[in-house]
Design a protein around this ligand. Structure first.
Ligand code: NAD
Ligand code: IPM
Ligand code: MN
Length: 363
């Protein structure tokens, strides 16, 4: 197969892990006889510095004309003090909006060989298989007004949380569709004891659930959910929630795997192209040190192969190679534990590539 992939490496470790994922995809192409055409676009801080905007029109066009988009991460201290429209994060929010990416699917799995890397006890995390569906193009991230205001001579500020009923419906429906293929449980997380938006969310979830009699629907308040995710994460199958709650809870969920550097994601739209990115950021604290874990990005590439190109075997091959390399004891710093082999980002990528190419069991 021939596929056009837009690559937006972004800033900080985004660049470092994107490079790794491309190398792994090139190995997949070689091994399985596919031609992947990678075309690079600018986003975030790099785009601000070069073109004066966090999301140039050329990047939007490039993405729209591609079969899928791979994104590293954006952001960094250099752009933190800029006005809202010149912040690197704005590039990410806008590309999500431009591509109509309304659902961000963030799977969290237990890795037996990483049990010691998590601060949680093995009995708690063993067997966790959860997927978080985060609403991605609405909610408080996008509501207007969002600005500083003067009221009665006082300095104030407003952010707006707005959802159309249809926006809630489509993301909740997607969660139910996923649950049908999994363990048949949807946990809808909200703050319905306080927010009107959450009360509508709950109402919509109830209505949609009528179409899925075999799926169990449970509602959970977000504060309790944050606690339950650490106390008893095995209770979750598919979790669906509003944009900001999903952002926060998915970073928390990554601790179940051992590191934020392990969690991939797929951002889905009604028509495509879809966008794939690790859930972590540009990690300025480790930028340029060669210690970034490339696995979240590599697993995002695997999600792309499966979801956008229907390349199931190829995606399995990447996931298998990642597991084998972890089983063999290779570790970047974030998942390093006693007695394991500490490797750099590039070395980890090299091991995964070599395993993928050598693996007799694959194909
Ligand atoms: P972050 O996710 O960049 O980092 C949080 C912590 O996790 C840091 O200690 C970092 O070193 C570590 N970490 C993250 N990814 C890692 C990896 N692959 N391997 C090893 N360690 C890893 O979050 P932050 O520090 O709060 O934000 C830094 C910048 O990134 C900010 O500008 C923020 O806006 C941006 N950000 C971007 C995205 C994105 O592009 N999707 C996501 C989150 C944050
Ligand atoms: C993420 C990030 C982004 C978000 C930021 C950088 C805008 O935290 O992808 O999880 O909050 O969506
Ligand atoms: Mn986040």
């Amino acid at each position: 197969m021939k596929k056009r992939i837009a690559v937006l490496p972004g800033d900080g470790i985004g660049k470092e892990v994107a490079k790794g994922a491309i190398e792994v995809l090139q190995a997949v192409g070689e091994r399985f006889g596919h031609q992947f055409y990678f075309q690079y676009g600018m986003i975030g801080g790099e785009a601000i510095d070069t073109l004066g905007t966090p999301l140039p029109d050329e990047t939007i066009e490039l993405c729209k004309q591609s079969d899928a988009v791979l994104l590293g991460a954006v952001g960094g201290p250099k752009w933190e003090k800029k006005p809202a429209h010149l912040r690197s994060e704005q590039g990410l929010l806008r590309i999500r909006k431009e591509l109509g990416l309304y659902a961000n699917v963030r799977p969290t799995s237990y890795y037996p060989s990483l049990a010691d890397a998590s601060p949680l006890r093995k009995e708690v995390i063993e067997g966790v298989e959860m997927v978080m569906v985060r609403e991605l193009s609405g909610g408080i991230y996008f509501g207007k007004p969002s600005e500083r205001i003067q009221k009665n001579g006082e300095d104030g500020v407003v952010d707006t949380l707005y959802y159309q009923r249809a926006e809630i419906e489509r993301v909740v429906r997607l969660a139910f569709e996923l649950a049908v293929e999994r363990k048949g449980k949807v946990t809808s997380i909200d703050k319905a004891n306080v927010l009107e938006s959450s009360r509508m969310w709950r109402e919509v979830a109830e209505v949609i659930s009528k179409d899925y009699p075999d799926v169990e629907l449970e509602h959970m308040l977000v504060d309790n959910a944050a606690m339950q995710m650490i106390k008893n994460p095995k209770q979750f199958d598919v979790v669906v929630t509003e944009n900001m709650f999903g952002d926060i809870l998915s970073d928390e969920a990554s601790v179940l795997t051992g590191s934020l550097g392990m969690l991939p994601s797929a951002s889905l739209s009604e028509r495509g192209p879809y966008l794939y990115e690790p859930i972590h950021g540009s990690a300025p604290d480790i930028k340029g040190k060669g210690s970034a874990n490339p696995i979240a990005m590599i697993l995002s590439a695997a999600m792309m192969l499966r979801q956008s190109f229907g390349m199931n075997e190829e995606a399995d091959a990447i996931e298998q190679a990642v597991n084998q390399v972890l089983d063999a004891g290779y570790r970047t710093k974030d998942i390093m534990t006693f007695g394991k082999k500490l490797v750099t980002t590039d070395e980890m990528v090299g091991e995964i590539k070599a395993t993928l190419m050598d693996n007799e069991a694959i194909m």
